[in-house]
Design a protein. Sequence first.
Lengths: 340, 380, 95
Amino acid sequence: MNPLLGERVALKHGAGGRAMRMLIESIFVEGLAAEVDGVGLAAMDDGAALRVGEQWLILTTDSHVVHPRFFPGGDIGRLSISGTVNDLAMMGATEPLGLTCAVVLEEGFPFSELERIRDSMKAAAAEAGARVVTGDTKVMRKGEVDGIVLNTTGVALTGTLVRDCDLRPGDRIIVSGSIGDHGFAVLAARHGLDLQGDLRSDVAPVNGVVRLALRAGGVVALKDPTRGGLASTLHELAAKSGVGILLEEGAIPIHGEVRAASELLGIDPLHVANEGKAVIGVRPESAEKVLGAIREHPLGRESAIVGTCLDDWKGKVILDTGFGKRLVAEIEGEPMPRIC
Amino acid sequence: MQPGNDPRVRELKFRDPERARRLTAALRQAAEDIGRPASVMHVCGSHEQAIARFGLRAAFPTSLNVIMGPGCPVCITDVPEVDEGVALALQGVRIATYGDMLKVPGTVKSLASAQAEGARIDIVYSVAQAVQLARSVSEEVCFFATGFETTAVATAAEILAGPPENFSVLSAHKYIPPVMEIVAEMPENKVEGFLAAGHAASITGWGVFEPFAARHGLPVVVAGFEPLDILAALVKLVELVRDGSPGVVNMFPRCVTKEGNLPAQETLWKVFRPLGGRWRGIAHVPNGNLRLRDEFAHLDARRRFRIDLARFWDYAPAGLAQQCICGDIMAGINSPTGCALYGKQCTPENPVGACMVSTEGTCRIWHQYGGVPNLREVKA
Amino acid sequence: MCLGVPGKVLSVAGMSAEVDFFGVRRQVRLDIVDAPVAPGDYVLNHVGFAIHRIPEEEIGETLALFDTILREAQPQDLMAADVRGEIEATDAARK
């Protein structure tokens, strides 16, 4: 076992960053990974891809522990459906075949709240064109689990498999909309911060946006910027592809309220989770076409081309601030616990 | 109000990239005129954060060395002061403190370690929040007060407003002007000019720097925190260095006057008195620490509680700590990349020295923003 | 810690004000601000306390200060002349 891992699990191991990758590599990949015809555990991509005839079967799973359960713009139900649909989409699978829903409930959890969560899941599933087809239910004694833990698994078939390691120098990076919305909305709700602005989570299924991008052609990378934000996602893309990424700060869409909250709290929106966005890597000749296509979608109206891949500074992300340049830090992971 | 007339939107003009380009060009010219490498120092963590965040170092002329001096209030909080907070916490007193004090290493442990052992530590964004906390509980709440004079004024205001009886203050507040003297007098020091922190100066006024400038024959320029503020102030400073002109120039007139904020000063000195003390890595700074006056002894944690530091006396400093050069970094005589531990054994997740702990620490900022890589030529 | 962000005062109640920072509102204390504050004023905030009331005219003053810096650069210097020319041209274009 990796000696740097320590003796016990710490919060940082769930933060979506370096520590978490170390845990997955040392404990799970090392112990469980096997050769697959496709994309397996060792790749640590958004999902797994298993060849079935001419197509790929995409499999992904997510557990949700967001706190608070209800936040401006969404709730744990909407998050559970969107997160899984989006992970499937990030592998190139935009038509979910079916979703599972397993809940672990705490004794005493109000049914009225459970129904609210279910209604959110129903609405999100309808938006995504997805269906929950099976699930599981467990109840634990009061105090043994915090309210509810929701796990969703998704399966889909796709003829096009999109990885997160195929970027080349010159490729462009597109984000499908504003960043930082989800993380700051949850932070404000969690701490009852008297930041009265319209900070709303962006949580939504974006398989429709990805579908339009794929149809336009030239897409070579897809990833959703959840825990750790746009920065972590770009670092992963850069490292796995062996390129550097130059990001133009002025081009990144950020809502005024998020900018203000960020200034006030000193937290960088680049490191904050998004739950309704896609990061799309495209060949340079296709960038404008893809941008035009996804801007047609209601969830893609604020899309923008924000960066370019470099053939040096491999694995690094450089931000052009307009006043100078700096390296975007590789942080440990999502700075806020229980963000999704 | 029209957006163009909204002062906050005009405030954003302090981020106008066009003016920034021109100021950068002027800075390069002024540095070239000097014709040799030159060093200037700023003494404010927020200046370093702004410089790092906007990537300004990639725009500075190569012959200009902009050093961060001892401007991080958390970093210069000395080990015994951290120990006082930790000891108090372990003695069962609930501690309220600003977030980045949590992980600063004491002799043996940080507040975070004490918290892991069961001590009650609350992170607050403001001293007012700490007072509110004290009002909402019956137990003792001690505010571990760090920060320079700008922050100390807030603490003083709360003290004068009449906090509840279960509230106390453990003051580790510091006062910046005396440390500039110390740095200017260090023999290894090659600094030819200073950038003074705009917010501290908005309280103290820029007049306090005149005796310093005269005594050492150095220029001091008061600077704000927007990119244009910093660039323009540096242009002015480098020009003054080039011309050999000592004195004080205020480049932050929208917030700083010569006399400063008199009600705030009154508040500050009514509650606090300056005392000589050790700053981590800088040894003794005369009048560098702020302590509660006798009239407020009843709120002074050092007098309300018997803080037991004896429990830490048996511990020798850990091996790694002995290789820590935070002191040299804070004095501006070395930089993070000159430290054997930086980025390896000493990271934000596992900090050895305070410079890596605080959000305003040099090492932390360099680590967060990538240090000083040469990004001048990066093009898509 | 040293955040010092400017905001617009929306309302004042005793020693406390509701301040709008680019669309996000916070409560700010007025105990140590250096001038009486009224709704519509702009203040500099630090750890929940207003530390300075920013008179509107001072913002324009700072911008002018930057331009002076640029103009005062060595007259013989060609680069500064270019820069001056640019500023003049841009100002002219704006009018």
